[in-house]
Design a protein around this ligand. Structure first.
Ligand SMILES: [Fe+2]
Length: 351
């Protein structure tokens, strides 16, 4: 750990100490990775000096302009989507001999672009591929999983494995009646069983394919297991659930909540935090979901949000202990959602 002047900070560096405001509230938590928004924020709020982790990876790609970033991301995303769709249709046609190494190779540039950027939500907002949810969800989980892998401090090869697991995690849905996946009403118990079978079916479809790393395969089978034993297919608990499966579990819930689907509108990312928080008590790994939420939440500093009473404000602080209830400035008034429970964030406004 070392102290550093704010003007020497570069994007991608990691805070090794919490930053407090004058009132003693945490503005940014230890472990937060610096983005361009944070640099603007430090300048605006006269923060001159912070502590960072000693080992910092130089990330030259950060010098890319927004246009270059968008172009790269768009191209790399399209490549992955295309490759994944080919693989999906191949499996659908009962050809299980695809080479996972090729899939991973096509996916690496997308992961590399993301890892050099850190603003994963901002980047994902730039993408506007109108595609079947089955395809976009797979690529989104892959991207979010890769970012979470980075925030957890995992090495690059493990991050690629997470990204591959993200692509393949729901592949078993190929064998689930599609009308059930997009049914608007409540599922009957029998229908629920059929949908839940996708984890086991996915594993069965892929298990003979030796090009798929075994930990990726385990993530496909166990991504719906929960720490409290309430998950499926095996009702595993805590450490019995493979690490990759726990990571995919967290980002899967987040993407499912924040994506628009035919049968439900997406919820705001802050609402998704509420649900993730509840879920984490029920069984998502809290050590993983906390890292995910604190990194994602810091992207919302300076963002405009609409509150549940219709007012528009700007997120000014994200409290480490109440990530989903930040401090919001409306005109000249500060509203601390961590103590005012009469209001919620309805929507994050993007332009
Ligand atoms: Fe799933």
């Amino acid at each position: 750990m070392r102290g550093i002047a704010v003007e020497e900070l570069t994007i991608g560096m990691c805070l090794s100490k919490d930053i407090y405001n004058d009132l003693g509230n945490i503005i940014l938590a230890q472990g937060t990775e610096i983005t361009s928004k944070h640099l603007e924020y430090f300048n605006k709020h006269a923060i001159f000096y912070v502590y960072i982790d000693e080992e910092v990876e130089e990330i030259p790609a950060m010098r890319l302009t927004t246009n270059e970033k968008f172009r790269d991301l768009n191209t790399n995303y399209a490549v992955v989507l295309d490759r994944f769709k080919k693989t999906y249709f191949q499996i659908q046609n009962k050809d299980f001999k695809f080479d996972a190494a090729v899939l991973e190779e096509d996916m690496r540039p997308l992961v590399d672009t993301l890892l050099s950027d850190n603003d994963v939500l901002g980047s994902m907002r730039l993408l506007s591929f109108k595609e079947n949810y089955n395809f976009t969800h797979a690529v989104n989980v892959s991207m979010l999983g890769a970012m979470l892998g980075k925030w957890l401090g995992l090495d690059r090869s493990m991050i690629y494995s997470i990204a591959l697991a993200g692509l393949l995690h729901d592949i078993g849905k190929i064998q689930v009646p599609q009308d059930l996946l997009f049914k608007t009403g409540k599922l009957t118990d029998v229908e629920m069983e059929k949908v839940r079978a996708h984890a086991r079916l996915g594993y069965d479809l892929l298990k003979e394919n030796t090009s798929i790393p075994r930990d990726v395969l385990a993530a496909v089978l166990f991504h719906h297991e929960r720490n409290d034993g309430s998950g499926y297919p095996s009702g595993l608990r805590d450490e019995q659930i493979p690490y990759l499966a726990r990571i995919i579990g967290v980002v899967d819930v987040f993407d499912a909540l924040t994506s628009d689907r035919i049968y439900k509108a997406s919820v705001s990312s802050f609402r998704a935090f509420n649900i993730l928080k509840d879920e984490s008590f029920k069984g998502l790994d809290p050590t993983i979901s906390d890292v995910f939420m604190s990194n994602i939440a810091s992207f919302f500093i300076n963002n405009k949000v609409r509150l549940s009473d219709g007012r528009i404000g700007e997120v000014v602080y994200v409290n480490k202990f109440a990530l989903n209830r930040p401090l919001v400035k409306v005109d000249e008034t500060f509203i601390d959602l961590s103590s005012d429970y009469s209001l919620e964030i309805e929507e994050v406004i993007t332009y």
